[in-house]
Design a protein around this ligand. Structure first.
Ligand SMILES: [Zn+2]
Length: 204
């Protein structure tokens, strides 16, 4: 299954590539947060593929807004083309009044809410999860030392217990190191920094 993942920045290049048919074979679009809804809605319309997304720390509260026609996957798991796809939005809390920001403990409480479905999947499909999309990176993987870019330990925990084949995240831009498309393997999980976009062929 060919996947286009996007995060953090609406790119002119992605608009151009989608409008000239470059992404026509994309079967799934994943939004990893901090993107204008108009961008997501544009990709959905141009590529005519399902789009799942999670909120970033610069997105509005999801009770108040939705990207039209797209699926907000925060703390949910859906099955698509035989892939089990889960979502975990938000970032570490670095401002007391920040939206979609969570302390490490709050993030764990959120992750626990996915447990019943993960357990059911294991019974029904023999595995808990195939793909996890998040805004934040896990702790110590593609994260950064400044308070706004610490990774979430709850994601390391989810990787350990749910063992997804793929984790797509955004939020960190590696502006200091000037590294893009960072990828790290943890157990069986390919942890990928999507910023600003990434195309992969996913297999079971
Ligand atoms: Zn962010």
């Amino acid at each position: 299954m060919k996947i286009l993942a996007v995060s953090d920045q609406a790119l002119e290049r992605v608009y151009t590539l989608s409008s000239n048919g470059h992404f026509q074979d994309v079967e799934l679009i994943l939004g990893c947060g901090d993107l204008p809804y108009a961008y997501l809605e544009y990709l959905l319309t141009m590529l005519n593929a399902p789009l799942y997304y999670v909120p970033g720390n610069h997105d509005p509260l999801f009770a108040n807004a939705q990207a039209e026609g797209c699926v907000n996957l925060d703390l949910k798991i859906e099955r698509r083309n035989k892939f089990l796809i889960g979502g975990f939005g938000g970032s570490i809390r670095y401002r007391p009044d920040g939206i979609n920001q969570h302390t490490q403990n709050e993030a764990f409480l959120r992750a626990f809410r996915m447990l019943p479905r993960l357990a059911l999947n294991r019974i029904q499909y023999g595995r808990a999860l195939d793909i996890l999309i998040s805004h934040s990176p896990p702790f110590g993987i593609h994260d950064d030392s400044d308070p706004a870019h610490h990774g979430l330990k709850a994601l390391n925990w989810l990787i350990r217990i749910a063992r997804p084949r793929y984790l797509f995240h955004g939020h960190t831009h590696f502006y200091k190191q000037n590294i893009s498309n960072a990828e790290t393997t943890v157990g069986i999980t390919r942890v990928m920094n999507v910023y600003p976009y990434k195309i992969i062929e996913a297999s079971h």
